[in-house]
Ligand binder design. Structure first.
Ligand code: E4P
Length: 224
């Protein structure tokens, strides 16, 4: 199981990398918009500096035609680094670009997956990750859990090396459901991940432990 965080916010990335067992960072143009008019390449070079080489960095292209996708992908690889996973929406033009970039040895995250066909085609094209949009599918009354399960069974049956990087979540239940259905990875808004720990019962348990300790040992600590 892998948790990635879906943000381009450097403060949040620093905090999550420090505290949580995350394996990478994803973003898209709407996520980048929240950071204002940043220097795109410099911003992601800094993010790489924070996360180091052992975590994955997934950066999305904007072009819709294959030629433009290739140009943007090459620029990202050149100006950020060669280890970046290029995020490409699964369209016919995107699939062509994925196949060509895979031949060059690039790493690909196939994104904006709303259907089984998009996912299957991206696997066939050689994508390293496919990113089914869990919440957005549910908003359209598409059974996202069934789709993830289907992708997982096809990966098993045919031996694809593609991993499922479930994305687009509005709550932690959806994240857990995606994992239960066979997603190897999920990229989650860090606020949703951190909220999973901001539960009154957890706080109460800690307060009770502290009070019980103090009732016997007073202000003395374990290390005193
Ligand atoms: C991640 O790679 C996706 O771009 C993202 O999870 C989409 O999330 P949203 O549906 O909350 O915009």
């Amino acid at each position: 199981m892998e948790y990635l965080i879906d943000t381009a916010n450097m403060t949040m990335i620093e905090k999550c990398v420090d505290l949580l067992p995350i394996t990478g960072i994803t973003s898209n143009p709407s996520i980048i918009k929240k950071e204002g008019r940043i220097d795109f390449f410099e911003h992601f070079r800094k993010i790489r500096g924070i996360i180091g080489a052992d975590k994955t960095l997934h950066v999305q292209i904007l072009a819709e035609k294959c030629e433009g996708i290739l140009e943007e992908a090459h620029t990202i690889l050149e100006k950020i680094d060669r280890a970046v996973y290029i995020k490409i929406p699964v369209t016919p033009e995107g699939l062509k670009a994925i196949r060509l970039l895979k031949k060059e040895g690039a790493k690909i995250t196939a994104t904006a997956v709303y259907s089984k066909t998009q996912g299957f085609m991206a696997m066939e094209a050689g994508a390293d990750f496919i990113a089914p949009y869990f919440n957005r599918m549910e908003n359209l009354d598409i059974d996202a859990a069934a789709a993830v399960e289907f992708f997982a069974s096809m990966i098993d049956r045919y031996g694809y090396s593609t991993k499922i990087l479930a994305a687009s979540f509005k709550n932690i239940h959806q994240v857990n459901e995606a994992f239960a259905c066979g997603a190897q990875a999920a990229t989650v808004n860090p606020d949703i991940l951190l909220a999973a720990f901001a539960v009154p019962s957890i706080k109460k348990a800690l307060d009770d432990f502290a009070a019980d300790w103090e009732s016997v040992f007073g202000k003395d600590h374990i290390c005193d």
